[in-house]
Design a protein around this ligand. Structure first.
Ligand code: CMC
Length: 433
């Protein structure tokens, strides 16, 4: 017999179905609760709410486990690259050599960004936030590919392969354009013959008549950073993509909303905040004591950036991989970055401090990713856009799940209203001063 949970309220009992995922994750299905009892489930911030069933990523925050389509992140980081991992995340299986080639070709063919979208970028002041520019450019994609973005799931799924390739490949090109626009440099066209990461580095750093050829270790480091960000279960921006997508909005529009959600300092913007923090420590000649003391005040605006995670309460497996890679990459590139030493000292100090230990606050992926990005020449203000390139396969796979679910419904949470009780409108002339 199927297991049920029993909720007792006043003198009535409400049986609620129990669900179990493939890795044994358990949930109580409360969907019928309101209709049967008049109660809703309250969970501010959705920290204990399963908003969907998903086959994309498994994450066990207590044990530091992250797997995409069943494959551990450690194995992907060691043996795969960003494009192959993107395929896995989007399509559910590792590609055969023929499928990998076909996917790569679609990415290469769809790398160039429309001239009109370039004009949208040029309408921004150069000082604007790169994330604002990126979300606007992605939001414009449906206008230039109306046949792929009809806001009708069945139609949009027919053209899914092309739309997915356009999204990943063009977002990468857009990021390089934003960088060059802000620096007043001419745009560099993508080169079809270059692999994904190398092509990005070319579009970022080549000069007219002088091609930038990425050293293999730089392309490898970039692949690692992107791969480690490729998906992360129901985080704030991916859930945003799903929420927007649930209204039958097309993939590009949903991704643009996700990019907006990613821009906040508690989410994708944390990699910038970490580097600003490390830089301040360096400039002040401090050892980080001031930041640690401020972080312990409990104020949200003084948090130790790059520390803590909404779901990892033991360690972030991505942080472990990227922390180790930092040493190797910097050594290979011959870079001695004082910020890496500061980060390591800060990590050691925090890990010995009861405030952080008792709250299970450990370095997250953003604590070290900025140091690698800096080493490969990406300026700090572009870090969050790099996260957006990396997270694009996750957005796409999650949008696809929403669009393909015949039983899906529009995301529409409820609330507990705590505002004023009913009262009457008072005309202006009777309101006093
Ligand atoms: N520094 C100091 N105190 C912290 C921090 C921090 N970085 N993070 C959490 N705390 C405290 C928090 O004040 C609370 O203390 P108390 O129990 O005394 O009220 C306790 O730890 C539990 O925190 P929480 O608010 O329940 O944690 P959360 O799950 O809501 O927040 C977080 C997760 C990632 C938003 C938070 O840890 C944070 O703000 N970290 C810094 C920003 C950051 O690095 N974000 C990147 C996340 S990884 C990239 C991504 O996936 O987006």
């Amino acid at each position: 017999m199927a297991k049920t949970a029993l909720l007792k309220l006043d003198d009535k009992e409400y049986p609620l179905p129990v669900m179990e995922g493939t890795e044994g994750e358990k949930a109580i299905d409360t969907r019928t609760l309101r209709a049967s009892s008049g109660y809703i489930a309250y969970d501010q911030g959705y920290g204990n709410t399963g908003s969907c069933e998903s086959q994309v990523t498994y994450l066990d925050g207590d044990n530091g486990i992250l797997r995409h389509r069943g494959i551990p992140i450690e194995q992907l980081a060691s043996y795969s690259d960003f494009v192959e991992t993107s395929y896995l995340i989007i399509y559910g299986e590792l590609p055969t050599p023929a499928l990998r080639k076909e996917f790569g070709l679609r990415l290469r063919k769809n790398a160039a960004v429309e001239t009109q979208i370039q004009k949208i970028l040029e309408g921004f002041p150069t000082s604007a936030s790169p994330m604002a520019m990126l979300s606007a450019m992605v939001a414009a994609l449906p206008a230039y590919h109306p046949e792929l973005a009809t806001n009708h799931f069945e139609n949009d799924l027919k053209n899914f392969d092309l739309a997915a390739a356009i999204a990943i490949s063009k977002i990468r090109t857009m990021v390089s354009m934003i960088y060059r626009y802000q620096k007043g440099l001419p745009f560099m066209f993508p080169k079809q013959e270059l692999p994904f990461a190398d092509n990005f580095l070319h579009m970022m750093f080549s000069e007219p008549y002088q091609d930038y050829v990425a050293p293999p270790e730089v392309a490898k480091a970039l692949n690692l950073v992107l791969l480690l960000h490729a998906d992360h279960e129901q985080n704030c921006s991916t859930s945003t993509v799903r929420m927007v997508g649930s209204s039958q909005a097309n993939m590009f529009t949903s991704m643009s909303a996700g990019i907006c959600a990613l821009s906040g300092p508690l989410h994708g913007g944390a990699n910038v905040a970490v580097m600003q923090m490390l830089q301040s420590i360096h400039d002040e000649g401090d050892d980080g004591t001031r930041f640690i003391a401020a972080a312990k005040s409990g104020s949200k605006s003084n948090r130790l950036m790059g520390f803590g995670h909404a779901v990892y309460k033991n360690f972030d497996p991505r942080a472990k991989i990227i922390g180790e890679a930092c040493d190797t990459v910097l050594k290979r590139l011959g870079i001695d970055d004082p910020l890496l030493t500061i980060a390591k000292n800060l990590e050691q100090a925090a890990l010995k401090d009861d405030y952080f230990v008792s709250r299970k606050l450990y370095p997250n992926v953003d604590f070290y990713s900025g140091i690698i990005m800096r080493a490969i020449g990406i300026p700090m203000n572009m870090f969050t856009t790099m996260f957006a390139i990396g997270r694009s396969p996750g957005y796409i796979a999650n949008w696809k799940e929403v669009a393909s679910n015949p039983k899906g419904r529009i995301y529409r949470p409820r609330q507990i209203y705590v505002g004023p009780k009913q009262r009457d409108y008072v005309p202006m002339n009777r309101r006093g001063e």
